[in-house]
Design a protein around this ligand. Structure first.
Ligand SMILES: Cc1cc2nc3c(=O)[nH]c(=O)nc-3n(C[C@H](O)[C@H](O)[C@H](O)COP(=O)(O)OP(=O)(O)OC[C@H]3O[C@@H](n4cnc5c(N)ncnc54)[C@H](O)[C@@H]3O)c2cc1C
Ligand code: FES
Length: 329
């Protein structure tokens, strides 16, 4: 493959061999949103105005978006010259208002947004939150639409020098508005097999989508066992411990194991990484449905372990929280 030219308005941008369109645009100082750079968050979605983009760059987009030649810049390695537009589809973002903001622990923000019209989403999906200057990041929805049709909750972990999370933690206030994208992601609950056992493993803010899934499953009258393993290095990294323990009292089929991988142990906590503890507790995962959310390494390792324990690949649902390290918008 040789050098390709990307036309954007009146500019011509060179795309080197092995460069994605995102690499080429960023190198040319074009201000384009991006986050995961792995085709997950969809924040880098742009549109081809001439040829159909390579099929691999449209992975996960709806049929309508594919038909309109939208594609993910981070997955697009052009096969020919392209003319592009950075405009998003009009209905991709909706305005919401911050109605509550509180801390779940010293680093974890619980943010509640109110939508002007109820959002149609599945428990476990994520949205991109967009600030007024265009900065956007992906966050998982932590509630379920059956109980709260017009409000959305998020667990946002404050990262040191993190552009969005520090701003949300320090500056975002009740009454402010934020734009949210349409819901995305395939790691969600469907009430189609109520007797199936569920295993949910999360690290850090990976509890957010799992909470949405658990809340919907219990609300739908899920009859199979539901096992939640939430892990962190230190106890300070866990949160909602009492709430989860109360849920085990309320529902006979709900089990909760908080896991700490550091040396210090407290009563009622399992020692080890959440996915190791989970796998050693359950002898076989044949016919189980598995949900994995949080750190990409955990998700990757747990997927493999679950498969080796007998789970079918199509029963493993995963969202790796890839955190960008050099993204500006
Ligand atoms: C599908 C999905 C779902 C997610 N769900 C959640 C969720 O529910 N809750 C949640 O908290 N997060 C979630 N994330 C992660 C989230 O999208 C953000 O990536 C995260 O909040 C960090 O964003 P930020 O703007 O605060 O940090 P960024 O500004 O993107 O920086 C990330 C880290 O990299 C460091 N960094 C930045 N630039 C550089 C550089 N040039 N050199 C070295 N280091 C650098 C920063 O200091 C920071 O620690 C999810 C991600 C995905 C893909
Ligand atoms: S999908 Fe391209 S940056 Fe996330």
């Amino acid at each position: 493959m040789s050098l390709k030219t990307i036309k954007l308005n009146d500019r011509e941008i060179a795309c080197q061999e092995d460069d994605s369109v995102l690499d080429a645009l960023l190198r040319d100082n074009i201000d384009i949103p991006n986050n995961c750079r792995k085709g997950v968050c969809q924040s880098c979605m742009i549109r081809s105005l001439d040829n159909a983009p390579p099929a691999a760059s449209q992975k996960g987009l709806t049929d309508v978006l594919q038909h309109q030649n939208y594609f993910l810049a981070c997955l697009c390695y052009p096969e020919q010259d392209m003319t592009i537009s950075l405009n998003k589809p009009k209905d991709f973002f909706t305005e919401t208002t911050v109605i509550d903001k509180k801390l779940l622990n010293s680093d974890m923000l619980l943010l509640t947004l109110k939508c002007s019209t109820p959002l149609d989403y599945y428990a476990g999906q994520f949205v991109n939150l967009k600030r007024h200057d265009g900065l956007q990041r992906s966050y998982s929805i932590a509630n379920n639409h059956l109980l709260n049709p017009d409000s959305l909750t998020f667990h946002i972990r404050k990262l040191k020098d993190g552009l969005f999370s520090e701003w949300a933690y320090q500056e975002l206030a009740v009454g402010d508005t934020l734009d949210i994208s349409d819901p995305q992601g395939l790691c969600y609950y469907l009430p189609n097999q109520l007797d199936q056992n569920l295993m949910l493993i999360g690290t850090g803010s990976g509890l957010a989508p799992l909470l949405g899934i658990i809340s919907e499953a219990l609300h739908q009258g899920h009859r199979g066992d539901i096992h939640l393993f939430h892990g962190s290095r230190e106890i300070e990294g866990l949160y909602l411990i009492e709430e989860m323990q109360q849920l085990t009292q309320q529902y006979q089929n709900f089990y909760y194991t908080p896991c700490l991988s550091s040396e210090t142990l407290a009563n009622g906590f399992a020692k080890g990484r959440a996915h190791d503890v989970a796998m050693s507790n359950i002898p076989s995962l044949k016919d189980w449905r598995i949900y994995l959310c949080g750190h990409p390494d955990m998700v990757h390792q747990a997927k493999r372990q679950a498969f080796l324990k007998g789970s079918a690949i199509q029963n493993i649902y995963a969202d790796a929280f890839h955190v960008g390290t050099a993204s500006v918008k």
